[in-house]
Design a binder for this molecule. Structure first.
Ligand SMILES: Cc1cc2nc3c(=O)[nH]c(=O)nc-3n(C[C@H](O)[C@H](O)[C@H](O)COP(=O)(O)OP(=O)(O)OC[C@H]3O[C@@H](n4cnc5c(N)ncnc54)[C@H](O)[C@@H]3O)c2cc1C
Length: 496
């Protein structure tokens, strides 16, 4: 029998592990090297004193993409009722005590929306069905396919497609055509932050996010989002993939037009026929490859925002908070400007709270609570240096003052421990350029599709990329698609 082709994958994030499975199932001898002591990257987990935290992703959205990819690697995902649909997606709290519960229950939506703005329910249905159509067209024509040359992307036929995908108008301008009420406009656009963008600057293409949520629902796996990583890991082990942790790759050694091996801190080397970088693409060009010119070009591109995250283990349960809560400040626009222009955090930030025990009691000891807070923040910028530790303290205080208004007056007395992750921490723990955790590269039109850095190196043809910073983009559904598309390129065949 001919020797197996070998593949080395740099990074055990969702993108790296899924690609490893595709390749191993197609005859490759695959080895994954991960810098950290555990897998998952931005879908990682931490357990402390019986409190379980998802460190990054907390919402399983666009379940059809998960189904499709998991089916194609032969892993049943939605078996045994282990992934539950949430009745309500999230509660949105506004400064004037107005609350909207986003739900797939249309009657519930109608009752709430009509109270805020008569006639708005019909408008929301239009917004959602148009957004869902954008989502489906986007999957078929933009997100779910590889582009081999610019003409496949920028051609006469696609001009119509780009118009259909609402790439010519900002998301916030678009939503104004549907709702007069400012809170409704905020409620249907804040989801832009999931891909690290401001709805004032990103295309209305992203109206597909709330549309997909409200159409397909939001899910949560027993064991938290990390259980997705565990399922992938188990499939990878069964397919013969080898994993090595605490093994940061220091260099990708190249010769002529080939990537030959990866080099580690102790200068040991691992050779392979192909190399796949799941680590952040701009970081790989900057730190692991000799190509300085390309790296400088990547530095000039736009980057997504970052986040300050607080994870608390509490000795008391706060039932006022549902599984997912979103607090939108009246200073919505100023807050976004503060993030995207000043690369900082607003004094009155909008933020998100995750309370996983509402769906899965195993996330905290009995009668205790596990809460995570995510506050959008500017990315690390050399020209706009921030004292992130101080900003994190100030922001924590603002968050506490806001949630106290829900009747959680004594919450500070019940925090047993806290883990805080700043943009600088994201940069160092996962090697994400500028700590831009929702990208890293932004998702503006000129950085999407063919224009997003490609999943194959243009010179070293056996070097590939997978994950949020290459095509199609960030967020687990995109990263799963990225793994499929990169694997298709490597294997030179369509994977179903
Ligand atoms: C706060 C937050 C909330 C989010 N919420 C959601 C959500 O609700 N739903 C959703 O779908 N998505 C969400 N996301 C996005 C989602 O988590 C990411 O899109 C996804 O996990 C990225 O996977 P990846 O494989 O591209 O990269 P990563 O997870 O970053 O994996 C890359 C891996 O490479 C490793 N690595 C880096 N450099 C090296 C090196 N030199 N040598 C070896 N290994 C290296 C890293 O340690 C890491 O493990 C969220 C992200 C964040 C940060």
């Amino acid at each position: 029998m001919a020797n197996k082709q070998s593949a080395v994958i740099i990074g055990a994030g969702i993108g790296g592990i899924t690609t490893a499975i595709y390749l191993a199932k197609n005859g490759y001898d695959v080895t994954v090297y991960e810098k950290n002591s555990s897998p998952g990257g931005r879908c990682g987990q931490m357990i402390r004193d019986g409190h379980r935290f998802d460190l990054g992703a907390t919402m399983l959205l666009m379940p059809d993409i998960y189904r499709k990819i998991f089916n194609s690697i032969g892993v049943p995902l939605f078996e045994n009722n282990s992934i539950k649909p949430l009745k309500d997606l999230y509660k949105i709290y506004f400064d004037n005590n107005e609350v909207i519960t986003f739900s797939t229950d249309e009657n519930k939506m109608k009752e709430q929306l009509e109270k805020i703005e008569p006639g708005s329910f019909k408008k929301s249905q239009k917004y959602v069905s148009a957004g869902y159509e954008i989502f489906q067209t986007g999957i078929n024509k933009l997100i779910g396919r590889n582009f081999d040359n610019i003409f496949q992307f920028a051609n006469f036929k696609n001009v119509g497609m780009l118009i259909k995908l609402k790439t010519y108008i900002s998301n916030y301008r678009y939503v104004k055509k549907f709702f007069r009420n400012t809170h409704l406009r905020m409620a249907y656009t804040f989801q832009n932050i999931y891909v690290g963008q401001s709805p004032f600057d990103s295309p209305a293409l992203f109206s597909m996010v709330p549309a997909a949520e409200l159409t397909e629902g939001s899910f949560f796996p027993t064991g938290g989002m990390f259980s997705i990583v565990e399922k992938l890991l188990s499939a990878a082990h069964s397919a013969g993939v080898k994993f090595y942790y605490n093994m940061p790759v220091k260099e990708i050694r190249v010769k002529n037009k080939k990537a030959e091996s990866v080099i580690f801190e102790d200068l040991s080397e691992s050779k392979a026929d192909i190399i796949v970088a799941n680590a952040d693409l701009p970081y790989v060009y900057r730190k692991l490859l000799p190509d300085r010119r390309k790296s400088r070009g990547l530095d000039r591109m736009k980057y997504s925002c970052s986040a300050i995250c607080y994870h608390w283990g509490l000795d008391k349960v706060y039932p006022q908070l549902g599984h997912h809560s979103v607090f939108l400040s009246d200073g919505f626009r100023d807050g976004l400007d503060c993030i995207f222009k000043d690369k900082s955090v607003s004094d009155f930030p909008s933020f998100y709270v995750h309370a996983p025990t509402r769906t899965d009691s195993s996330a905290a000891p009995k009668n205790q609570d596990t809460l995570s807070f995510v506050v959008g923040a500017g990315h690390v910028d050399k020209m706009k240096k921030q004292d992130w530790d101080n900003l994190a303290k100030k922001t924590r205080n603002a968050v506490i003052q806001r949630i106290k208004q829900l009747g959680l007056e004594d919450i500070e007395d019940h925090i047993k421990f806290e883990i805080c992750i700043t943009p600088e921490n994201w940069e160092s723990t996962c090697n994400i350029s500028k700590g831009s955790v929702f990208g890293s590269l932004a998702h503006n039109l000129l950085q999407m599709g063919y224009f997003r850095p490609h999943n194959q190196h243009s010179r070293y043809k056996n070097l590939y990329f997978v994950g949020g910073s290459t095509h199609p983009g960030n967020g687990i559904p995109n990263v799963l698609l990225s793994a499929k598309l990169t694997s298709e390129r490597i294997l030179n065949k369509q994977l179903n």
